[in-house]
Design a binder for this molecule. Structure first.
Ligand code: SAM
Length: 357
């Protein structure tokens, strides 16, 4: 059998090698993280780029079985942050030199929604004098809409495939036109055609998910030649369909361990892409985002959503930061970056080198 040491000296991992790395323990696991740190040091350095996150609306027309803001959750109060409030959050990021903004929403396809995002994009350009990077995470849209938002100033787009395995995908989503795997994949390809820095990602530790599925997810990201990745552990939400399978979910420790290995392996496979240290990591373990930075991530997204709305954007249970305001989130993020031995690249957009080179 090929050893982890031999695998790590390979130029290109195949599925079997990735499975071996995902299963590694003890010294072998240590070797994986050392290699990922070396690659990160060489291609990325220890700079962390910030994106001020605005969770614009929890309105959503979909019913993904894992997500707390799905349309069928009647317990939620639905909100859409007003333009002046969004502008205040943008100003906060600009004043604090965050370098970039992320706008995240539920999934809505309508002219008024397209227009609302366009207006926000114009505001970002105005407030930031064109110096703020913009990532959108607003789900599947027509190529026309993607083009419109690109022309209005968006640079990047994050659309997680959630799982690249079709069979598993349909265990996580209803099998209908609104939740179609092929349409989601086509949307990702359309984003690339429109010239976005394109990101995707998956949830890790889902019920029914195998190590082989996760290995395929990493190969999917390499084959799609993505520029950015946001992936993290699956976390149960009591008011969702998937909750009934909670006994099939790996322990918190196992999900954290797998997520860190996924980040480390992806860093080795796709050396110069941007990888986010996600909030979900922090939910499962204190210091989870620091661990993600050490494992190979280089992007952090301090939440700048006005405190009033945060509780209603509960994608999963125990989401951290719901009682905070932008200033509190800023302080906790700064501390954790220094604790991880990294340096904040203030005022820089932090575009994906993979895209630029
Ligand atoms: N609606 C947009 C989309 O689908 O691309 C973006 C917003 S969506 C709420 C953001 C991400 O939250 C999803 O892509 C999903 O991976 C993640 N998410 C939702 N529910 C989750 C859960 N229970 N555990 C972990 N991540 C979850």
């Amino acid at each position: 059998m090929t050893t982890v040491y031999q695998i790590l000296s390979e130029e290109r991992f195949d599925k079997e090698s990735i499975v071996t790395l995902l299963k590694s323990e003890g010294n072998d696991k240590e070797l994986l993280f050392v290699k990922a740190a070396e690659v990160k040091h060489e291609y990325i350095g220890n700079m962390v780029h910030l994106r001020g996150l605005i969770e614009l609306t929890n309105q959503c027309s979909k019913n993904c079985f894992y997500c707390g803001i799905g349309a069928s959750n009647k317990k939620l109060q639905r909100f859409m942050i007003s333009l002046p409030e969004v502008e205040e959050a943008i100003q906060f990021s600009y004043n604090n030199n965050y370098g970039s903004i992320v706008i995240q929403t539920g999934e809505i396809q309508s002219e008024s929604f397209t227009q609302a995002i366009e207006d926000i994009l114009f505001s970002i350009t105005k407030i930031g004098n064109g110096k703020l990077g913009v990532t959108l995470s607003c789900g599947e849209q027509s190529i026309r809409t993607y083009r419109r938002w690109k022309a209005a100033g968006a640079h990047r787009y994050l659309l997680r495939i959630e799982s690249s395995n079709k069979e598993l995908y349909y265990k996580l989503h209803p099998n209908n036109k609104k939740h179609n795997y092929d349409i989601r994949l086509e949307a990702l390809k359309n984003l690339q055609k429109c010239g976005y820095q394109t990101g995707t990602g998956v949830m890790i530790g889902l019920p029914f998910q195998t190590i082989e599925n996760l290995a395929d997810d990493l190969l999917f990201m390499r084959d799609l030649n993505i520029d950015m990745c946001g992936m993290g552990p699956y976390i149960e939400h009591v008011d969702t369909e998937l909750y009934k399978y909670k006994d099939l979910v790996p322990t918190k420790e196992a999900r954290v361990d797998l997520s860190l290995k996924m980040i480390a392996i992806l860093r080795i496979m796709m050396k110069d892409i941007n990888i986010a240290a996600t909030t979900a990591m922090q939910t499962l373990v204190d210091g989870g985002r620091e661990m993600a930075l050490v494992a190979g991530a280089n992007i952090l997204m301090p939440n700048t959503t006005p405190g009033l709305y945060r509780e209603q954007y509960a994608l999963y249970n125990d989401k951290p930061g719901i009682n905070e305001e932008a200033e509190d989130s800023k302080q906790s993020i700064e501390k954790l970056i220094y604790r991880a031995g990294c340096v904040i690249a203030y005022g820089e957009m932090g575009n994906s080198r993979h895209f630029l080179l």
